[in-house]
Design a protein around this ligand. Structure first.
Ligand code: 0X9
Ligand code: ZN
Ligand code: ZN
Length: 454
């Protein structure tokens, strides 16, 4: 039975690669399974392994625990046999999604004309293809050239350019850097949507919003809208649930590295895998991937200027501080947790959404090789991973009607963090400046100089 499944799976993958067919999730189900004892854990691991099932939670077989919740996607062709196998181990299951492809239909919304040629009618409440996003990056820098510039960070494995946007008010003073990247994990579509929303908000409000005005006096904002471009494109063309990059280290037997396991922070120890078929495959060596290298080169070169590093993911609704690679707490923990809590409180004020705050290792499972930990160990204390909506209903296929509320509340959180670091590093310039006081000063001057005339 298993051999037959294997042949079907291998043929399926081959035909995908040869003919470029899109993976069809029609009839696939997502089951929730909670193993009650060690035997059931082993049995479930065995079923997942032999049928090569797509684990949604946890990411790795080794992280399946007694009474821990497991979500797993079962392709429609093996549904019957997997359910029988589950029953053999007395594993009960609950149906979480009845038809995965239907869910994706909802999440992607109706067909629409893409590649709009203007930034004023760009639809920020829709998900966009990489082609759209490349166009948007161009338009954003061209139509706001006094504030936004486009820069080359590096190239992806499939030779696509990685561009970031630099938002900077012209000034003679040297400024510090806030870094934000989105889309290191391909299927987490809400993250790139947020990066675009963030840039739009800053550009639209930089003349009227006093908080934005304040931070732009001291800070430049660097935004990388999609870090894992090859993977993102693959989620549009072929497999909506792809997570990794698209590099090919094992002569076509398996593809992709989890770029958030490829950084040099206790690389490939806990919570990552040396098996290239795993969703948390750490790569052949630290920084083996060109996308990782592009970020590392930039951060190393500018490390004395970067005062805050934000990396945007989904889902789970967490604001995470270092470390992911161990349960120990860094020196900066008390202060970073305080900032994260302030951010979560501001976030909740928008739409009542609850976020948890903590270290990744303590909230979920350990993860080594993450960008957040590497940046933190380089000496940049304010290094956060933000896991956006939702809390498990739609997971990676968050419907488009949640893009706006998600971005609004995330904006509140991110601005809280940025304002905190701004006020910390620029305490004197944090409050009012002469520019703000000028009208009052003028009034006093008029009053004083005109007094003798009365
Ligand atoms: O596992 C990850 O890479 C991130 N979660 S996700 O579900 N989006 O894949 C979390 C990384 C958290 N890292 C640290 N706290 N260091
Ligand atoms: Zn270019
Ligand atoms: Zn992620």
């Amino acid at each position: 039975m298993y051999l037959q499944l294997w042949i079907v799976a291998v043929l399926g993958i081959l035909s995908l690669q040869v003919f470029g067919i899109k993976i069809n999730y029609e009839g696939d189900q997502v089951l929730q399974i909670i193993p009650q004892n060690k035997e059931q854990v082993n049995c479930l691991q065995h079923i997942c392994q032999s049928s090569q099932l797509d684990l949604w939670k946890p990411l790795q077989l080794e992280d399946i625990n007694v009474t821990g919740v497991v979500y797993v996607r079962i392709p429609s062709i093996v549904l019957q046999s997997v359910k029988e196998d589950l029953l053999h181990c007395s594993l009960s299951f609950e149906l979480l999604f009845d038809n995965v492809s239907q869910l994706m239909g909802i999440s992607e919304g109706t067909k629409r004309i893409r590649s709009k040629r203007s930034t004023t009618n760009y639809e920020y409440t829709k998900y966009h293809s990489m082609e759209d996003i490349y166009n948007w990056i161009n338009l954003m820098s061209q139509s706001n050239s006094d504030l936004v510039t486009q820069h080359y960070l590096g190239s992806t494995y499939e030779s696509r350019p990685m561009h970031y946007l630099k938002i900077s008010k012209p000034s003679n003073d040297s400024k510090k850097i806030i870094w934000m990247d989105c889309g290191i994990h391909a299927r987490e579509w809400i993250a790139p949507a947020f990066c675009q929303w963030f840039v739009k908000e800053i550009v639209q409000n930089h003349q009227k919003d006093s908080r934005i005005k304040k931070i732009l006096k001291n800070l430049d904002l660097y935004v990388l809208p999609v870090l894992n471009i090859d993977g993102y494109i693959y989620t549009w063309t072929t497999d909506r649930l792809w997570r990794k990059s698209r590099s090919n280290h094992q002569n076509d037997t398996c593809f992709g590295v989890d770029l958030n396991r490829n950084f040099n922070a206790k690389w490939c120890t806990s919570g990552s895998s040396t098996n290239c078929t795993s969703n948390s495959y750490c790569g052949i060596s630290p920084v083996s991937e060109p996308e990782t290298k592009a970020v590392v080169d930039f951060v190393e070169e500018r490390k004395s200027d970067i005062i805050c590093f934000l990396t945007m993911h989904s889902y789970s609704q967490y604001i995470l501080t270092a470390y992911g690679y161990s349960e120990e707490l860094p020196k900066s923990y008390n202060e970073t947790i305080k900032v994260a809590q302030m951010a979560a409180a501001e976030l909740k004020k928008k739409h009542g959404t609850d976020y948890k705050v903590g270290t990744f290792a303590n909230l979920l499972y350990e993860a080594s090789g993450t960008s957040q930990d590497w940046v933190h160990d380089l000496g940049i204390d304010f290094s956060f991973t933000i896991e956006l909506r939702d809390n498990g209903t739609y997971k990676f296929v968050l419907p488009e009607d949640q893009i706006q509320p998600t971005c609004e509340e995330t904006m509140a959180a991110v601005m809280t963090i940025i304002e905190y670091v701004n006020d910390k590093y620029f305490p004197n310039k944090a409050s009012t400046t002469f520019g703000d006081l000028y009208p009052i000063a003028l009034l006093f001057y008029i009053l004083l100089t005109s007094a003798p005339l009365v």
